[in-house]
Design a protein around this ligand. Structure first.
Ligand code: SF4
Length: 316
């Protein structure tokens, strides 16, 4: 297994006895060359999970493994340097994730520079080749991020993450800050790179149909916990958990005519506060199928059939 987490938990102490349960006991596995899509509404803990998994945030408890080796609970500067060759992240916001004072050459070449094995000319050549691969003009490597559009900046972010040929990449909502017209281009680029480089990715997004398109398997997160996982198509077309059912039903149709013709079913209410989470099902306040036991007994995340797991009393 390339990536595995075992009850990975990330809490934030807010003081005055209050704890924010951003990630609560998440256990996932990702095989080599596999794309795991992680979906859920804003505030479900997806990004915090991604950052904690690759060491950008210290863990509160639980374990994460890379190639069967445990990752440190809290990364030291040496750990960051060591694992930056293996674990990378593509960030949501291509506007703030690139240093405005660095040229594209320095931004994309930084990972190679840190490795200390490449001459300045070799780094230039690698950066030029990567600019070409991501569809940008290699002659523009001396330019600064503000001279590029949002979609182009995200391509720069992708080249920066990929140039060191990492073993695992977390793509944190890589298209949500982009115009709809360029979203598909960036997705297609990631898809091509995945095929040509044999990448292993965790693709975080709230757009279910986009996640289904790029992922082999899908995990659905709600309020810090995974509530359903399985092969991407099966989860999308035959959701088991009531939250996944509602997410699928509220997912917009790409065809505007079909979208305006269908009954839109919004998920009622807001995601519950992640502060001082109580026992019981986290989705109980919004679930149309809620039962008495759901309010005080936490459902186990259990296998319901081959490769499918659900945390719901309807299946326990
Ligand atoms: Fe709904 Fe109960 Fe299942 Fe939670 S455990 S999703 S409240 S039916």
């Amino acid at each position: 297994m390339l990536i595995k987490t075992d009850n990975l938990t990330k809490h934030f102490d807010l003081g005055k006895g209050q704890t924010l349960h951003a990630v609560d006991g998440v256990s996932i596995e990702i095989e080599e060359n596999e794309v795991l899509g992680l979906v859920g509404e804003s505030g479900s803990g997806k990004s915090t999970f991604g950052k904690t998994l690759i060491g950008l945030l210290p863990k509160t408890s639980g374990m994460a493994f890379y190639r069967d080796q445990p990752l440190p609970e809290r990364f030291s500067a040496t750990d960051h340097l060591h694992y930056s060759r293996e674990l990378q992240m593509i960030f949501q916001d291509p506007y703030s994730s690139l240093n405005p004072r660095m040229t594209v050459l320095d931004i994309i070449g930084e990972g190679l520079h840190i490795q200390g094995q490449y001459s300045r000319q070799e780094i230039r050549d690698h950066v030029a080749s990567w600019l070409f691969k991501v569809g940008l003009n290699p002659d523009h490597m001396s330019r600064y991020p503000h001279e590029f559009s949002g979609g182009q900046r995200q391509r720069i972010g992708i080249a920066r993450a990929m140039i060191i040929e990492p073993g695992f990449v977390v793509c944190d909502e890589p298209i949500s800050a982009l115009d709809v017209s360029v979203q598909a281009q960036v997705i297609n680029l990631l898809d091509e790179l995945k095929e040509s480089m044999g990448l292993t990715l965790m693709f975080i997004a709230h757009d279910l149909s986009m996640v289904r398109y790029v992922s082999d398997r899908m995990a659905v997160m709600y309020l810090g916990a995974v509530v359903e996982s399985g092969p991407a198509d099966e989860v999308f077309f035959e959701p088991r958990h009531p939250y996944t059912e509602l997410l699928v039903q509220s997912n917009p149709e790409p065809d505007p005519q079909r979208e305006s013709a269908r009954d839109y079913i919004p998920i009622k209410g807001e995601i519950t506060s992640p502060i001082n989470v109580q026992p019981g099902c986290r989705f109980a306040d919004r679930c149309p199928k809620v039962m008495d036991q759901c309010r005080h007994v936490t459902p186990e995340f259990t296998a319901v059939e081959n490769q499918r797991q659900v945390a719901c009393h309807l299946y326990n």
